[in-house]
Design a protein around this ligand. Sequence first.
Ligand code: IYT
Ligand code: CU
Ligand code: CU
Length: 316
Amino acid sequence: PSDCASRTKQQPAITNPHNFSVDLRMPGVIPARPDTYLCMAFPVPTGRDAYIVDFIPHASMDTVHHMLLFGCQTPVSSSSYWDCGSVQGTCEDEASIMYAWARNAPPTKLPKDVGFKVGRSSGMSYFVLQIHYGDVAAFRDHHRDCSGLSLRMTSKPQPFIAGIYLLMAVDTVILPGKRVTDADVACDYSSYPIYPFAFRTHTHRLGKVVSGYRIRNGKWSLIGRQSPQLPQAFYQANAEVDVKYGDTVAARCVFTGEGRTSKTYIGGTSDDEMCNFYLMFYMESKHAIPYMSCMETGSKELFQHIPAEANVPIAV
Ligand code: IYT
Ligand code: CU
Ligand code: CU
């Protein structure tokens, strides 16, 4: 409630000259309708490289449904804030997700010695913060909202960089009334070792469960599985599962077409669907390949061996 007042609060005494923090806050907004998506862009406050080492959310629990932080080169708008409820209303170029806050979900912590690299040389010159205001009843008193995020940053190079590997299905069709449709994605991994520590799943209404795996020598190891109907935050990944050259990374989204009267396709509206498995990892800084994606439909042969748990619904 007093978030707007604390915006100008001075930071505590600086103990290390490399450390600083950045406040990304809505500039006192009053969302008019339920399910309003507002975005704001912030230039990364240094020409040199810097690392995000911690995220501190400031969100009004009664109105904010979720917050996503993206990094990119060119935000779609230069206004102080804009409506970004439309399809991909964040960046002109490809945006990369770095943080997700969702109501009633535990927030993500980066492991020690791990940071997201930002700044011009990393291609991340802007932060874009998206806030989804769900229930706006609390705004009947016309108070202004300054929800957002503080980033703890350092200019000191970190031993490990954080990154995101996004697996997404692009050509799934869900037939109306059909009880189960699997969307399968898989890619051979041919880069430096990555160490997954968190994952996030995303579908729209029809998604039941999304699972991600590493396949090594024919053996499937679970990185994480979750119901996309639970808050879409980053959840803790199965820590033992690293991914290295020669492995395959795979994901399955399970959908149901029950209740639909026409075909559902992949797309940006809430009547469309998406199938996303975001794997958040760290890797040695010297390799620094922070963003990767996989959009290949895995072979039927491969997915014959997926563990049965991938099709077991998760209670919500
Ligand atoms: C078609 C689709 O699945 N879109 C997803 C994944 C996606 C994320 C980003 C695609 C691109 C991106 O630059 I970041 I190209 C999608 O839009 N996912 C939503 C948000 O937009 C991030 C989500 O909540 O995961
Ligand atoms: Cu939301
Ligand atoms: Cu979506």
